[in-house]
Write a protein that binds this ligand. Structure first.
Ligand code: COA
Length: 224
């Protein structure tokens, strides 16, 4: 399906005085149109602008052009990511304490899905997989899982573990199998998620990853 980008000029007035002008700005969009209000929200969010008063969008054109940004990219552990995780009923209190890398998928600048990986040498913990309720069923979860699997594979991870209370069937479909807690490696057992954040009834699942032929030897913090 053809991908679209929006080309536009903008003028932003800040509430504390001053302004910002942009000419011939280009952004990836989902679908084939975006209204001015949505575009204004998008650039404020994309440029992480604060104290924005008025945003004027000028000379907007939609063009057919391949997207420039990867669909899944690293995301900060920030309020937006925490809100998405909390809305999916997943823990957030240990995010900053863990050796966690988060990746996310955005639509028009808004985070639609997120997934995290904590690396422990040749093992890693997949966690914090959440897709916004209104974006589910479109393959975003699958893309996120496949993305962290490929990141893990590239770092020489051999086994991915995860804990889930009610998505066992979901992960089964992605090749994860129920695994006795007693066989979890010590580094995974010691994670905050394993030790306390998930209830004891959470199911441990794992998946063996096929190593690429030229995989590097694995430093202990390869994926952290
Ligand atoms: C699990 C989750 C990430 C799936 O995201 P998604 O983008 O909708 O997933 P996909 O589009 O790749 O897959 C959708 C399919 O998975 C199924 N599915 C979704 N959640 C499921 C679950 N908990 N158990 C079993 N199947 C599930 C859907 O019914 C759908 O099936 P279909 O393809 O036969 O119609 C999302 O439902 C979510 O955020 N859930 C709450 C948080 C959570 O449980 N996270 C996992 C634990 S870390």
């Amino acid at each position: 399906m053809a991908q679209h980008r929006v080309v536009f000029d903008f003028q932003i007035d800040f509430s504390n005085g001053g302004g910002l002008k942009g000419h011939d700005f280009r952004l990836d969009i989902d679908g084939d149109d975006i209204d001015d209000a949505g575009l204004a929200d998008y650039i404020v969010r994309d440029m992480r602008l604060l104290m924005v008063g008025a945003v004027r969008i000028l000379d907007k054109r939609i063009i057919v052009e391949p997207h420039k940004r990867p669909r899944i990219a690293p995301v900060e552990i920030d309020a937006e990511a925490e809100a998405l995780l909390a809305s999916a009923g997943l823990p957030t209190t240990d995010l900053a304490l863990s050796p966690l890398r988060l990746f996310g998928s955005r639509r028009n600048g808004v985070l639609q899905g997120v997934v995290g990986i904590e690396g422990y040498g040749s093992d890693a913990l997949l966690r914090s997989l959440a897709v916004a309720a209104d974006s589910r069923g479109q393959g975003i979860g699958r893309e996120l899982v496949e993305h962290v699997e490929s990141i893990a594979q590239d770092a020489g991870v051999r086994r991915l573990f995860l804990l889930t209370t009610d998505a066992t069937a979901y992960f089964n479909r992605h090749g994860y199998v129920e695994t006795p807690r007693g066989s979890a490696p010590p580094a995974v057992v010691a994670t905050a998620q394993f030790a306390s954040l998930c209830p004891a009834s959470a199911t441990l699942m794992s998946k063996a990853l096929v190593l690429p032929k030229d995989a590097p030897s694995i430093p202990a913090d390869a994926t952290s």
